[in-house]
Design a protein around this ligand. Sequence first.
Ligand code: PRP
Length: 225
Amino acid sequence: MTAKSEPVQEELVLALPKGRILDELRPLLDRVGIIPEPEFDNDNSRHLKFKTNLPHLSLIRVRSFDVATFVAFGAAHLGVAGNDVIMEFDYSELYAPLDLGIGRCRLSVAEPVALSQTDDPQRWSHVRVATKYPEITRRHFAARGVQAECVKLNGAMELAPALGLCHRIVDLVSSGATLRANGLKEVEEITAVTSRLIVNRAAFKTRPEELHRWIETFREATHAP
Ligand code: PRP
């Protein structure tokens, strides 16, 4: 007699961003029934991939921009990324079906307070901007006929004006504390930002039921009181 084995479910990888969004994400993971292995909560851990209570579901913890890349290339099937990251890459392989309503902030243009007192953004024709978001920045300014020369930085953009790298920056603003601490003022909002559930389009075609179920589970958990 041959033993009839259960079909083995293929691994599903969910990519999550490191940093502050993860703190906001934890209650949502609880509500959807994902319990990561204890190592996941150890900030000093060198592990990057984690098991969960669900045998077929693994988590990876990567930089926010890399979440979009892992999912777009199908290395992860699902992920959580802000619309700032989604807009910057504009990957056609990414589908963002659900706003999770967390990670609320905005992507804005800022400049030194003293400059903002006499400056009129409507008169700009060319600006040099330090940013982690060169594509969004160029598109934003091009749409109103301003040429933006972008200096790509990966963090600490707020230092750039004081050190003479440029007068303006484009960065995320949440409480505004980092701008204030560095003598900067928000002069234009480019877009409001929240975190979205993102899905690899090819995976959505090959594993539709499973991915639909996850989207619905996240949707219910997001709207739960
Ligand atoms: C983000 C952003 C700003 C800061 C804004 O950086 O780049 O520096 O938060 O927040 P605030 O308005 O509440 O001060 P984050 O701390 O996420 O780290 P990062 O520089 O690595 O992106």
